[in-house]
Write a protein that binds this ligand. Structure first.
Ligand code: NAI
Length: 348
C-alpha cells in the first residue's frame, strides 16, 4: 500500500532525496501562489510538474518554479513516477475527477476547497479513499493553520473563557463579479466559516438558516450581503455575515462569546496609523496577504505529512452543510442538517 508523505520520507523516484516533488494542477491565482510558496518558502518540497488547460499560464508558473515540467495532460502528471504528491488548484468542478485519479494512483493530494461542489461528489471521494485504506486526501481549509485562529482555539480549549455560547463571524470582500448567484457566497466564501466553526468547537452543525437584507445596490443583482445562522450539536450559535461587495477592502474577523469572557480575532496587521484625527489600519485588497502565513503553514504541514489539515470527511461535511445553507437561502426556511453517520476514519 502506498503511504502518505511522512516526515523525512523520500519520494518514490527521488533516489534518496528527501525533497517531495509536487505536481500542481491549475495554475491560476491559487495554483501560482502555492507554486511560489513551495518553491521559496516551504522546506522539503519542489514543484515537479504543472498542468493547466491554459498552457501559457502553466508555462509561466513552471518557469518561476525552478524549471518544473509542463504536462500536456493532467492524468499523465498524476501517474508520473517523478511526481510524489499532487496539489489541485483548478476550478471547483474539476476537483472530483482529479482527486479520484490521485487516490487511484495512491498519491497524497492536497485539494483546494471545496473538496467537490456537491455532497454526492464528496461522498464518492470518501468512498474511494476508504477503499484505498489509508489517508491520502487533505482539503485546503487553510484557516486551521492561521496563527489567529489557532490562538483562539487554544484559548477555547484551555478553558480561558469557559464554555462557548456563540461566535460572530464577519467575512467581507471589496467586490465580486456582477451577477454572481447568491449560492456562491455560501459555497465559495462562507464555506470557510462552516469549516472553521466545526473545527473550533469539534462539533457538527445541525441546523442552518440564511437571512438576507435588501441587496446592496453595488452587488450587481447578487443577494449580497447574507447572514447565516448555524446551530451546533450542543446548541452553540454561530452567525456569519458574508458580504462580497463591501467596497472598502478584504476583512475576516470574529468574536467568540463564552461563559467567562470573549475572544476577538481581529484583522491584522497590528500596526496602525494615527494622523490628522484618524486612527487607521491598512486592509488588504484580497485574501492572500491576510492568510499568507496560513497557506505557508498548511503547505509545510502537508509536505511534512503531519496530517493536521482538513480531511476528506471535513471536506464532505463542509459541502453538505453548504448545500443545506443554499436550500435555506432558496426557501427562506430553516434547515435541519442530518449528516450521514461518519464513516470510520481512514488511518493516517
Ligand atoms: P483561477 O480561476 O485563478 O484558477 C483556476 C485555474 O484552473 C485556471 O488557471 C484555469 O485555467 C484552470 N483550469 C480550469 N479548468 C481546468 C481543468 N479542467 N484542468 C486543469 N486546470 C483547469 O481560480 P483560483 O482563485 O485560483 O481558484 C482555484 C481553486 O482554489 C478553486 O477551487 C477555488 O475555490 C479555490 N480557492 C481557495 C481559496 C482559499 O482560500 N483556500 C481562495 C481562492 C480560491
Amino acid at each position: 500500500m502506498t503511504t502518505m508523505l511522512e516526515p523525512g520520507q523520500a519520494g518514490a523516484a527521488s533516489g534518496g532525496s528527501a525533497v517531495k516533488r509536487i505536481g500542481i494542477i491549475g495554475t491560476g491565482i491559487m495554483g501560482a501562489d502555492h507554486a511560489r510558496l513551495l518553491t521559496g518558502a516551504v522546506s522539503g518540497a519542489s514543484v515537479g510538474g504543472v498542468f493547466d488547460v491554459d498552457a501559457d499560464r502553466a508555462g509561466g508558473v513552471a518557469a518561476r518554479s525552478g524549471g518544473a515540467r509542463v504536462f500536456a495532460d493532467p492524468h499523465t502528471l498524476i501517474d508520473d513516477d517523478d511526481i510524489d504528491a499532487v496539489l489541485i488548484a483548478s476550478s471547483d468542478a474539476t476537483h472530483e475527477e482529479y482527486v479520484l485519479a490521485c487516490v487511484s494512483a495512491g498519491k497524497p493530494v492536497l485539494c483546494e476547497k471545496p473538496l467537490a461542489p456537491s455532497a454526492g461528489a464528496c461522498a464518492r471521494i470518501l468512498e474511494a479513499e476508504a477503499a484505498h485504506g489509508s489517508r491520502l486526501i487533505t482539503v485546503g481549509f487553510m484557516r486551521r493553520f492561521d496563527p489567529g485562529y489557532t490562538a483562539l482555539k487554544a484559548m477555547l480549549d484551555d478553558g480561558a473563557v469557559g464554555a462557548p455560547l456563540m461566535i460572530h463571524h464577519v467575512h467581507r470582500n471589496p467586490a465580486a463579479v456582477p451577477g454572481l448567484p447568491g449560492s456562491a457566497l455560501i459555497t465559495n466564501s462562507a464555506v470557510h466559516e462552516l469549516d472553521i466553526t466545526r473545527w473550533l468547537f469539534g462539533e457538527e452543525i445541525v441546523e442552518v438558516a440564511v437571512h438576507t437584507p435588501r441587496p446592496s445596490t453595488r452587488a450587481g443583482g447578487t443577494r449580497d450581503p447574507q447572514l447565516l445562522v448555524l446551530t451546533t450539536e450542543s446548541g452553540i450559535l454561530a452567525d456569519v455575515e458574508i458580504f462580497v461587495n463591501a467596497r472598502y477592502g478584504y476583512e475576516v474577523r470574529c468574536e467568540l462569546v463564552a461563559e467567562e469572557g470573549t475572544v476577538t480575532l481581529d484583522a491584522p496587521p497590528p500596526t496602525s496609523l494615527r494622523r490628522g484625527g484618524l486612527h487607521a489600519r491598512e486592509l488588504p485588497a484580497d485574501w492572500r496577504p491576510r492568510f499568507a502565513e496560513a497557506y505557508r503553514l498548511e503547505l509545510q504541514d502537508w509536505v511534512d505529512g503531519t496530517h493536521r489539515g482538513a480531511s476528506a470527511w471535513d471536506g464532505f461535511a463542509a459541502t453538505f452543510v453548504a448545500e443545506a445553507c443554499v436550500a435555506a437561502l432558496d426557501s427562506g426556511e430553516r434547515r435541519t442538517v442530518r449528516l450521514p453517520d461518519r464513516a470510520p476514519p481512514v488511518s493516517a
